[in-house]
Ligand binder design. Structure first.
Ligand SMILES: Nc1ncnc2c1ncn2[C@@H]1O[C@H](COP(=O)(O)OP(=O)(O)OP(=O)(O)O)[C@@H](O)[C@H]1O
Ligand SMILES: [Mg+2]
Length: 219
């Protein structure tokens, strides 16, 4: 199905972990670099749609899509015109998320540092892995520690717990920073240390070979 575009989906059972923020930031960095990017916002909350309405970015489109049974058709239509298709979901436990998992090349699971977040990430990984492990081309799945303060015990617990469970975790974390809240008001990318964290996150994905589109500014 994936003819040209790389399809990247954000999933996480636990709400509020950072799916929409992650998708928006990834999209904006790639679009800024010159990739043709589209976000398919499959969440009724329309966080990515609302974020994009605050500021128009060249190379970036966002479509709201709430009908599960036409997701494949939409992707088939878009994949010829874009380098990257990013899908924001409302979780993992829905037909929409199941379709998104099936169609993606890369699945990203943001996780905070609480036990609930880590359990949610583990369950989301298990679900996505079970759904795809017998696929001819199973997607890569990565858990991203997101919105956790650096240098805290919580971060240490979260990291240890993921590593002990042998879950695939990205080495770079995206810390809790106020700059991320601002983008829901301003659109676009955060500034300062939050922007640097986004760059590090994209670079880490790139260094690990997860991105098909090469972001020149990232690594
Ligand atoms: N790294 C971060 N540091 C601080 N705040 C963050 C960070 N990432 C996201 N946030 C904030 O956390 C809140 C939840 O983020 P977001 O909406 O991206 O989560 P979500 O997983 O998409 O939530 P939902 O399950 O409701 O769709 C938002 O207010 C967002 O601005
Ligand atoms: Mg969201």
């Amino acid at each position: 199905m994936n003819k040209n575009a790389q399809i990247i989906t954000a999933l996480q059972q636990k709400g509020g972990a950072g799916k929409s923020t992650m998708i928006s930031c990834l999209a904006a960095v790639m679009a800024e670099d010159g990739a043709r990017v589209v976000i398919i916002d499959t969440d009724q909350q329309k966080s990515c749609m609302e974020w994009a309405e605050e500021r128009e970015l060249p190379n970036l489109d966002v479509v709201s899509h709430l009908s599960e049974d036409t997701l494949f058709d939409l992707v088939e239509k878009l994949e010829k015109s874009y380098d990257v298709i990013l899908i924001d979901t409302a979780g993992y436990d829905s037909r929409m998320a199941t379709y998104a998992i099936q169609i993606s090349n890369l699945l990203l699971i943001p996780s905070g540092g609480s036990k609930k977040d880590i359990k949610g990430a583990a369950r989301t990984w298990l679900h996505a892995n079970n759904l795809t492990k017998r696929n001819k081309e199973a997607p890569e799945i990565k858990i991203v520690i997101w919105k956790v303060k650096k240098g805290t015990n919580v971060l240490a617990h979260a990291k240890n717990s993921l590593i002990e469970s042998e879950l695939p975790v990205l080495p770079t974390i995206v810390p809790a920073l106020i700059g991320f809240d601002v983008i829901s008001w301003n659109g676009g990318l955060p500034e300062g240390s939050a922007r640097a964290a986004v760059n590090e996150f994209v670079a880490s994905l790139q260094i690990e070979g997860h991105l098909k589109y090469y972001v020149k500014g990232a690594a």
